[in-house]
Write a protein that binds this ligand. Structure first.
Ligand SMILES: [Zn+2]
Length: 274
């Protein structure tokens, strides 16, 4: 049975492997781990030693891999925030809500909850959820509109490949960047983000250690200004055809969001394990 479960997890992982899909999350995990204090890294590595070889990168996609399993179905609404269409703001009392689970079920609240739980119980699941959810909240369309489920229901083509808008922001843009400029190496890309984005701008992002509401607000503003708009500022609709122009307009936003997520995750863990 255990073998079957792990086989199933492997299959889920392979199917999802094109999907801040695996590369986004694992990159955030790896960059964040490099920014941990020695003390925090010791404790994080210890918690992740048995199953993940001590690596935050290896553990970063666990929350996506298990979310469809019956025993973890409850966790699915914790990966995002739904905001009203074209309001372009996030109000916790209004938006952090799930139809079946009720209030305080969204990625913002999940970050608050697992921060408290990790401090109290020092458990691996809280750590793995936190690594993943700090990534999710920085993907603009994880704080997108309720009417199109964060772009999942807007379908079309990205560089001639059939996809949906959400998926472009989870993985399509990142894959394109790696293919075009980094020889498909996520490690080279992570070095670029660390040296050219995080070290350059970190003082602006460092101001608040545990401000997930603010991070959600930043994301929906980015979604409204970039994710949902063509370069000519018209709204992206079904049957879209997006390629170079759109990609060139948003790649910087994607990389800034990855940089912010990595830095803020490391700050949070440094605080938790201080
Ligand atoms: Zn997720």
């Amino acid at each position: 049975m255990r073998f079957f479960t792990s086989l199933l997890l492997n299959i889920v992982f392979i199917v999802n492997s094109i999907q801040w899909g695996p590369i986004g999350h694992s990159s955030i995990g790896n960059i964040a781990q490099q920014l941990l204090t020695e003390k925090a890294n010791y404790q994080v590595s210890n918690l992740l030693s048995y199953k993940y070889n001590g690596s935050m990168s290896n553990a970063a996609n666990w929350a996506d891999e298990i979310r469809t399993l019956p025993e973890f179905k409850w966790s699915a609404p914790l990966h995002f925030i739904n905001t009203p269409d074209w309001k372009c703001d996030y109000i916790r009392e209004r938006d952090c809500y799930d139809e079946t689970e009720g209030p305080t079920f969204c990625v913002d609240d999940a970050i608050q909850n697992y921060t408290k739980r990790l401090i109290k119980y020092n458990d691996i699941d809280s750590l793995k959820f936190l690594i993943h959810f700090v990534g999710d909240i920085h993907q603009p369309l994880h704080c997108g509109f309720i009417g199109d489920r964060g772009g999942n229901d807007i379908t079309g083509h990205f560089f001639n490949k059939r996809t949906n808008l959400h998926s472009i922001w989870d993985s399509g843009i990142i894959e394109r960047r790696l293919y075009e400029d980094f020889k498909n190496s996520s490690i080279l890309w992570q070095e670029y983000i660390l040296n050219n984005i995080i070290y350059k701008d970190m003082n602006n992002w460092n101001k608040c250690i545990n401000c997930s509401s603010l991070w959600g607000e930043e994301s929906i503003v980015n979604a409204c200004e970039y994710s949902y708009l063509n370069v000519d500022k018209t709204k992206i609709k079904n049957d879209f055809k997006l390629s170079e122009n759109y990609y060139n307009n948003v790649i910087n936003i994607v990389e800034i969001q990855i940089g912010k997520a990595a830095l803020r995750l490391s700050n949070l863990l440094n605080y938790i394990f201080s």
